[in-house]
Design a protein around this ligand. Structure first.
Ligand code: MRU
Length: 347
């Protein structure tokens, strides 16, 4: 797999995920506005990838802002931070990464040149850390899986949703290396089809056996005993372990519970929002109705039809068997066990 996000010659180069699976094209961001746009139109998507892209967006702004003095320069940087933060509301990694960059501005400070250097160094550190974190999540997840498992996943929590390797697909990659006869079942993931376009493409590229299904097929397969485990990523995890993830995740969790199938969520600790007690405080993004009324730009519904298009839904902790993080596997009771993780992160 290639890297989803790379800093090259003072530009941010990313895989344009709108073009997959038909074309593997790169998008070049020369200014932070290019990054704002890339996140909004989902050329880059997936919680850790959005966060990393935003951090590099700050590095681009730091290079390009012209200001009379350092205080105006920092004011401009703050405006950019707010603009990047307004691109998508649900994935907390976006705000986490912007805060990490902002700590550099607030706590280290310095001249314009020093700020440029330090902001870029922070963005690069976030990107490198993301890869290490995903590899650890993968390793930690292996023990939960067995030879012969048929693993259902939803949306894309893969290499393309991160800098490299992925979270849920990272676990699948690590399991595939260690266990025999593993097969993945990928939900297509309407409306934007990240499962069909991106997950199926990534797994095929890595020669991991994968079967693509319509979202509505999952329950039928579970009822026949054909799914042994479910694993998904997360956009935000509340302090009590409730999870926001791609629309359709909640339905899968209910189905998995009904059929007594383990339901795992793989995510870095940067996805845990300790300031939010439970799912009721997680904002859910609503996206353009055209995502529902069209498929790959082709209309499939009557013009002017009323549409509801939430991009994410909320899975209660009671439907989750375990969270897989770089700090280890977190099992219920989630509130108490996530508190221990928080202590480890703050050490
Ligand atoms: O709308 P998207 O494609 O950004 O949604 C992505 C997801 O829901 C992923 O499952 C989540 O961000 C985890 S990615 C490691």
């Amino acid at each position: 797999m290639l890297k989803t996000i790379e800093w090259k010659n003072n530009q941010l180069v990313m895989v344009d995920q709108r073009k997959l699976p038909h074309q593997l094209e790169l998008i070049v961001c020369r200014d932070y506005q290019d990054v704002v746009n890339a996140i909004k139109v989902m050329a880059v998507r997936g919680a850790p990838a959005i966060g990393t892209a935003a951090a590099f967006g700050m590095a681009l702004a730091a290079l390009n802002i012209n200001a009379e003095n350092i205080s105006d320069y920092i004011k401009e940087l703050e405006k950019v931070k707010n603009e990047l933060a307004s691109t998508r509301p649900t994935a907390v990694n976006l705000f986490w990464a912007l805060e990490k960059v902002w700590e550099v501005v607030k706590n280290i400070g310095g001249s314009k040149i020093e700020l440029q250097r330090n902001i870029l160094a922070k963005a690069e550190q976030i990107a490198e850390q993301d890869i290490k974190t995903n590899l650890l999540i993968g390793e930690n997840g292996v023990k939960l899986f067995d030879n012969g498992d048929v693993i259902l996943t939803h949306c894309n929590a893969g290499s393309l949703a991160t800098v490299y390797y992925g979270t849920a697909l990272g676990v699948i990659r690590s399991v595939f290396k260690r266990k025999e006869n593993i097969r993945v079942v990928a939900n297509e993931t309407r409306p934007v089809l990240q499962g069909a376009r991106i997950t199926a493409w990534e797994l095929k590229y890595d020669r991991i056996p994968v079967t693509l299904i319509c979202d509505s097929t999952a329950g039928f397969l579970m009822a026949q005993g054909k799914i042994s485990k479910v694993i998904v990523g997360a956009d935000r995890i509340a302090a009590n372990g409730d999870v926001a993830n791609k629309i359709g995740t909640y339905s899968l969790s209910v189905l998995a519970k009904e059929h007594k199938i383990p339901f795992y969520v793989a995510a870095p600790c940067s996805t845990i929002d300790f300031s939010i007690k439970s799912k009721k405080d997680i904002p859910i993004e609503e996206r353009n109705p055209s995502e529902v009324t069209t498929i790959m730009g082709k209309s499939i519904a009557p013009a002017g039809i009323d549409v509801y298009n939430p991009a994410f839904d909320l899975t209660p902790n009671s439907n989750i068997t375990a969270l897989i993080t770089e700090e280890g596997i977190v099992k219920p009771p989630f509130f108490a066990n996530l508190k221990k993780i928080k202590k480890n992160i703050l050490k």
